[in-house]
Design a protein around this ligand. Structure first.
Ligand code: SF4
Length: 278
C-alpha cells in the first residue's frame, strides 16, 4: 500500500491526539456559501472533534456519527479518545473492550471495522486510498480529506446532499474554505434544511427555489425499520449478553442472531459456546 503523504512536507496522519487547530476564516467566492458560513460561525455547535485535524480522531468521529445522533456520538467520542487516543492504542485493544465501549451506539460492525482497520494501520501504515481499509467507504474517506486535511472536497452525506439538491442545484464552490464550508453545509442540513425544512430560520432562504415554490427535489427520506422486535434488536441483546457473561452456550442463544454475528466476525464459537471473536 502506498503511504499517504501530507501537505507542506509534514504528515497530517498523526498518531497522536489531540492535535488542535484553529481554522482562520478564509474567503469563499459563492455569496450563498458565505452566508451559510456566517450563520455557522454564530450558531454552529462546538462539537469536540472540530478542534482536531488528526486523521484517526476524525475517522472515529465520522464512523460514530454516521448512524448515531450527534449528541450521543460527541459524548462517546470523548470517552473513546480518552481511552484510545491513538490508532496504535486502538489496535492494541481487545475486540471485547472495543465492542463494550461501543455499546449504546448501535451497528457494532462499525466498531469491528474500526478495530480491524486500526490493526492494519498499526502494522502497515495508512493506505492511499483510505477506502482500502475495512468499513471506509467513499464518504468517510472524503470526510477525512476535508475535515482532517482541509482538502478542497465536500463530503456528501444525506444532509449535505439535501442542502445541495434544494439550495445549490447548479453546484457549489467550497474551494476557498473547504473545512468550514463542509462543516457548515452539513450542519445546515442536520438542523435547518432537514427533511421537513425550517425555512423561516434558514440563513439562505432568500433565493431558495424550494422556499419559493414548495417543490422539493431532495430525495425522500427512507422510513426507519422498526427496532422493537427486529433482528437488529435480537443481535444487540445477544452481543450484550456475551459481553456481560463472557460466553453463552449455543443451545441457549438466539440462533438467527448468533449466525449473523458469527458470520460478521463479532462472535466466534469455541467448544459449543459463543464468545467475542478476535
Ligand atoms: S430555505 Fe428551506 S429549503 Fe431552502 S435551503 Fe433553507 S431550509 Fe432548505
Amino acid at each position: 500500500m502506498r503511504k499517504l503523504t501530507g501537505r507542506s512536507g509534514t504528515s497530517p496522519l498523526q498518531d497522536s491526539f489531540p492535535v488542535s487547530t484553529t481554522t482562520a476564516p478564509r474567503t469563499v467566492h459563492d455569496p450563498v456559501v458565505a452566508a451559510v458560513l456566517t450563520w455557522w460561525d454564530d450558531y454552529g455547535r462546538p462539537l469536540p472533534w472540530r478542534a482536531s485535524r488528526d486523521v484517526y480522531a476524525i475517522w472515529v468521529s465520522e464512523v460514530m456519527s454516521a448512524q448515531t445522533s450527534v449528541a450521543r456520538a460527541a459524548a462517546a467520542w470523548t470517552r473513546w479518545m480518552a481511552r484510545w487516543p491513538t490508532v496504535r492504542a486502538l489496535a492494541a485493544a481487545s475486540l471485547a473492550d472495543v465492542l463494550g465501549e461501543w455499546q449504546g451506539l448501535g451497528y457494532p460492525r462499525r466498531a469491528r471495522d474500526l478495530h480491524r482497520s486500526a490493526r492494519i494501520v498499526a502494522e502497515r501504515g495508512w493506505p492511499d486510498p483510505l477506502t482500502e481499509l475495512p468499513g471506509v467507504g467513499d464518504y468517510v474517506a472524503t470526510a477525512i480529506r476535508c475535515f482532517a486535511r482541509e482538502e478542497p472536497v465536500l463530503p456528501l452525506d444525506v444532509n449535505t446532499r439535501r442542502v445541495l439538491a434544494r439550495r445549490f442545484p447548479e453546484g457549489v464552490d467550497t474551494a476557498g474554505d473547504p473545512w468550514r464550508a463542509g462543516q457548515a453545509l452539513m450542519e445546515l442540513g442536520q438542523r435547518i434544511c432537514t427533511t421537513r425544512p425550517l425555512c423561516v430560520l434558514c440563513p439562505v432562504a432568500d433565493g431558495c427555489p424550494v422556499a419559493a415554490s414548495g417543490d422539493d427535489p431532495a430525495p425522500r427520506a427512507r422510513r426507519q425499520a422498526r427496532y422493537e422486535g427486529s433482528l437488529r434488536q435480537r443481535r444487540g441483546r445477544l452481543l450484550a449478553r456475551v459481553l456481560a457473561e463472557g460466553e453463552v452456550t449455543l443451545g441457549d442463544a438466539d440462533r438467527r442472531a448468533a449466525t449473523q454475528l458469527v458470520a460478521e466476525g463479532l462472535l466466534g464459537v469455541h467448544e459449543g459456546c459463543l464468545r467475542i471473536g478476535e
